[in-house]
Design a protein around this ligand. Sequence first.
Ligand SMILES: Cc1ncc(COP(=O)(O)O)c(C=O)c1O
Length: 346
Amino acid sequence: MSLSRHIDPDEVIQKSKDHPQTGHRLSHEGRAVHQSWSRDEDAAGVPKYRMPDVGIPSKAAYQLLHDETALDGNPLLNLASFVHTWMPDEATKLIMENINKNQVDLDEYPAATMIHNRCVSMGEFIPLYISHRWNLIDHQIIIPHPQSHQRPVASLWKAPTASTNAIGTSTAGSSEAIMLAGLALKKRWQNARRAADKPSSNPNIVFGSNAQVALEKFARYFDVECRLVPVKASNNYVMDPKDALAFIDENTIGVMVILGSTYTGHFENVKEMSELRALRFFSHAASGGFIAPFAYPSLQWSFDVPRVVSINTSGHKFGLVYAGIGWVIWRDEQYLSKDLVFELRE
Ligand SMILES: Cc1ncc(COP(=O)(O)O)c(C=O)c1O
């Protein structure tokens, strides 16, 4: 546990002030000021929860925040958050050189955008290499569709070729990807219900109770009833597709199938789920998306399972990448409602 969790610096100072022998001699009172930091008189007494009346030198501000964040845990020793924490110096330098760019402003920073697209395209060669090694896919399959920026990752996940147009985007991580994939499921279900003149106000989503909190957040943020399938020891504490059946009905927008479970890393059974029930599935491969294709090439969990309409993964769970980067890909653009797509025109 990080120091900041179990040590309250204000409390420590307060106790030392009250101490009969070693009474602290700070002149200022109150817990709402930075009284723990008095090495530099410029920063001593700076309020914590309101703007100070006068500013302090940047050096003092740096030191104050530096000291406070030093109470966090050590990321290099933290395996629990599934985030890789090291990059070579050159990568860190490059990040710092570009950190002042507003990367979402595509007009102002087209070079960065082009590099982003090139990086995505470069992924094309990775599946090519893999396909050679494990005979997974034919060359033709991995040639990116000219319109489809995420074709390479789509190939890694065995997206079908010519007849479909896989589409996707990078995200800040799996959490954002879940929101987008869930929304796409919801919109598609709503559109289908409206077209059939059926009520579309009570959507629900089904996933195992082992789900990471981001999946539940999707349900809460976007007014979708969250149906949690209890997990059991006999199924390695992940969702058993047979148990999930009882939670699915005509208002189910889809099932989120997890690879791997946050707590144990176990993969849920995408293929079995798909065989049991004709429904749309989202393979939530937060940690498994870049592991399964390499470690278990014959496992059917991705777009080779026909009912899997979208897949996501976190880039930052694998290595040499700082948080946060993720990806979400749809098997075909028909599964991504037009309402969710923005086209920038020159
Ligand atoms: C199964 C699962 N889903 C979602 C997440 C959240 O991922 P991110 O940090 O990329 O948003 C995690 C993180 O551990 C996870 O294990």
